[in-house]
Structures are given as structure tokens and as C-alpha cells.
Design a protein. Structure first.
Length: 79
């Protein structure tokens, strides 16, 4: 079971961005508990954030086409 930690804004969560883009060119941002979190060698640690929005903003400083993972950060995923 995957838990959406992003709804608990009272605690900081570790976030990562995938080094490999998806087919559409987006680099997905994942929380530490994501069930599809890339392997350590395939991700970049972004830091600790209260919200996925803050994590995506940080990721866009590295990859302009960053987007929230639809599984662990659905509120930050562009549908």
C-alpha cells in the first residue's frame, strides 16, 4: 500500500527527482515512500519539503519539465 504523505503538511518529507525522463520528457518528483521510487542511482535527492509543490519547484531548477508523480504526489501531477 502506498501512502500519500503529501497530505500531512505538518512534517517534512524527503523528495527525489528521477534522472531519466518519461516518454513525454517530464522528470517525475517522488516522495520517499513512493512505491515507484527510482533506484538510488536513477534519482537525485531534492531535499525535505512540507509539500509536493515545493519539491516540484526545486526540481524545476534542475529540470524545467519536472512534474509530481501521479502515485505519490497526485496533487502535483499534471493530468
Amino acid at each position: 500500500m502506498n501512502v500519500d504523505l503529501t497530505k500531512y503538511s505538518f512534517m517534512k518529507i524527503n523528495y527525489y527527482v528521477s534522472l531519466d525522463p518519461q516518454d513525454n520528457g517530464d522528470h517525475e518528483v517522488h516522495s520517499q515512500a513512493c512505491r515507484v521510487l527510482p533506484k538510488p542511482e536513477e534519482r537525485l535527492f531534492l531535499g525535505e519539503f512540507y509539500t509536493c509543490q515545493d519539491a516540484v519547484r526545486a526540481a524545476r531548477k534542475v529540470y524545467l519539465t519536472s512534474d509530481g508523480c501521479k502515485i505519490c504526489s497526485p496533487r502535483c501531477h499534471s493530468w
